[in-house]
Design a protein around this ligand. Structure first.
Ligand code: PAF
Length: 284
């Protein structure tokens, strides 16, 4: 596995590997964009890419421009050496781990607006977040030119934003969403989980628990407003949690639903557990 921080060196490596002298067809590249602190969820994305593409790469970059909270940026776990060892074992072909100067030789002045997609949930609570995600993902796509890019569905709204980016800017690639992986107790795998204290870690599965119960209530015919009240009351009873939002939305448009839409209902939640912000969702 090769590790690059320089855009120029990565581009020449990819140009050489992409063209197979023995065959006329171009090799395909799968890209897994990440911010590092990798876990099994990321490795599942690497595996999904390996199954379909000739070359699989992973980018590791804690993107400062998508953080609206400087403390969250400072505390984001950085474990490059461990990450590279995991990726090597997982059969990844290359890692792109640029510094902030490699990624942004000049501060980007472009501002992206994803319209209704960013007026809700993560977009509403983290102003500028999707602009930062859109810019870094577009830069990665322009540097790597992947045929497919893999994203976890835990960040459901991010998947919708990236799809819109690809459609609006005519990137020639397929966005491949992959299912959320969970611990045995239901907690969605996330790089942020490692910041939880043992006490917080013990409480964390309640987030998935409340989503599951809200889903069952909605399927039994409870109204959206009642399910929302249930979630609020449930988390209010656990003082370590501070609910930021719980929304019942369309799983593609991310717009609020007034009633369950079979196959396209997403229950999305964000909450602080102590100092750590966790998100999760279920789609049904
Ligand atoms: O999901 C993430 O880890 C990040 O938002 C991404 C897509 C790598 C962009 O920085």
């Amino acid at each position: 596995m090769q590790v690059f921080s320089s855009v120029t060196e990565l581009r020449s490596y990819l140009a050489a590997r992409r063209s197979d002298a023995r065959r006329s067809e171009k090799k395909t590249i799968g890209l897994v964009p990440t911010m590092g602190a990798l876990h099994e969820g990321h490795l599942a994305l690497i595996e999904a890419s390996r199954q379909t593409n000739d070359i699989t790469g992973c980018s590791i970059f804690v993107n400062p421009i998508q953080f609206n909270n400087q403390e969250d940026l400072a505390k984001y776990p950085r474990t490059l050496e461990q990450d590279c060892a995991l990726l090597d074992r997982a059969g990844c072909d290359f890692v792109f781990a640029p510094s902030a100067d490699d990624m942004y030789p000049k501060a980007p002045s472009l501002v992206l607006n994803f319209g209704p997609l960013e007026s809700v949930m993560e977009g509403a609570f983290r102003p500028g977040h999707f602009n930062g995600v859109g810019i870094v993902v577009a830069r990665l796509f322009n540097i790597v030119h992947p045929d497919r890019a893999y994203f976890g569905q835990k960040d459901l709204q991010q998947v919708a934003v990236v799809r819109q980016l690809v459609e609006d800017l005519a990137f020639q690639l397929e966005v491949v969403p992959c299912p959320t992986l969970r611990e045995a107790d239901g907690l969605a795998l996330s790089s942020r989980n490692r910041r939880l204290s043992p006490e917080e870690r013990a409480l964390a599965p309640q987030l998935y628990q409340v989503l599951t119960e809200a889903k069952e209530r909605l399927l039994r015919g409870e109204r959206v407003a009642e399910a929302k009240q249930f979630v609020q009351d449930y988390l209010a009873a656990i003082p370590a949690f501070r609910l930021e939002y719980f929304e019942v939305v369309h799983s593609v448009t991310m717009q609020p639903l007034e009633a369950v839409k079979p196959g396209h209902t997403a229950l999305c939640i964000a909450a602080y557990l102590g100092p750590v912000r966790l998100i999760d969702n279920v789609v049904f």
